[in-house]
Ligand binder design. Sequence first.
Ligand code: XMP
Length: 479
Amino acid sequence: MNPAGIPLALSYDDVLLVPRRSGLGSRADVDVSTRLTRGLRLATPVISANMDTVTESEMAIAMARAGGIGIVHRFLSVEGQVGEVARVKRAEALVIHDPHTVAPDAPLVDALALMRRHGVTSLVVAGADGRLAGLLTRRDVMLRDDATQQVRELMTPRERLVTGTPETTSDEATRLLRDHRVQKLPLVDAGDRVAGLITLRDLLQRAERPQATKDALGRLAVGAAIGVRGDFIERARALQEAGADVLVLDIAHGHAEHAVRAIGEVREALGDGTGIIAGNVATAEGARDLAEAGADAVKVGVGPGSVCTTRVVAGVGVPQLTAVMECAEACEPYDVPVIADGGIRAGGDVAKAIAAGADSVMIGNLLAGTPESPGVVVSRNGSKVKVFRGMASAAAAEARRAAEGLEETEFTPVVAEGVEAVVPLRDAVGSVLHGLVGGLRSGMSYSDARSIPEFHRNARFVRITPGGLRESYPHDVSY
Ligand code: XMP
């Protein structure tokens, strides 16, 4: 092999965006909305990584509320992962279609246990025939000390309730709740059977967060990861049933034959309703093969992640800027969006990734330290930190083994391609995303780009030297 024939590949630190004449008066005029997949739009082009120290329901709820989306990791039992997706779906909706109910003759102690178990502040009271009997709220159960007292004696009875029907619109619901000064609106069908519940809290959240990523039923959108072997089809079906909006085929070498084949197998099992994101790849051929196989988005990144050691351990990878550029070009004829996954350290990297052709970015590290990520805050050398680990790290493999209850002897040693580390405790997800998107908006305004497609067309890069990189960071100052 002739070394002179080896192509050069670049990463975020090797380039800068060149400022150009811009007609943009304000960064607020920049529209950062994008496509996650061929079928789903995001107001904020950021996705939380499907890692067990990054995305479960709490993170996914925060991401969707901020206009992005979270991908629930797959290192849970099928029921566990479905439970996380279901929790996101219940977090807010115009209509809760199957509200938690209690029987009128149930004792107070049972009602309190139900409220606690489901984390709700009210229960719809329904008879065995499903007909609405009343509503039990926190106010009704507060300071009651007779645990055997029946729900019917404490609830607001049917005849005093304000109700709607399954056809009630959000405007009508707002008017009813306001005029009657109540917080819950049970919905009943023609036979007076419980058909849903609208809450003031959900209506207020809708009004406050118009950018939130929602499904057609007004519920927060969420993605979930699956593998490409074993129970993956069964898992995919269960996740679709639970309402997952997109599935991510999560495999380190997405250009492996069986990974490409899995796209068709999942598509056949799920039909067209649920988006399929496939990855990870880092070459034009890889991206093209996934798009050809029917992926609705292609995830790009082999080794750029902050806790990845694939490049060290296996000597494999493509620096991320080049990988994104080549994959985006390859996906364009298929009209398939590209997700730049891994290696994002600041708003400038988000801007460079999107300028290079990505439609959105996936982030692990910067979100792992937020209060919404799984795991607890610990103290390390006087600072508050959270654990963050690569999904191919020995620590993650061991946690999976413990969760699956396998015997020590059944543990197949792996060559770890990731590490376990800690990251500083950060502000809430909403504020981290606000900072990153602020950087992106600024980057776009320097390129005279009002939208992401315009940014793709307008952006120009220069390659820089180590001297240029040094100049880019604060220098000749002390703190
Ligand atoms: P950041 O840089 O945002 O990257 O932390 C998150 C992405 O890293 C990938 N990932 C891994 N890659 N070994 C790898 O080679 C690992 O153990 C590993 N765990 C996560 C993944 O693509 C994630 O989205």
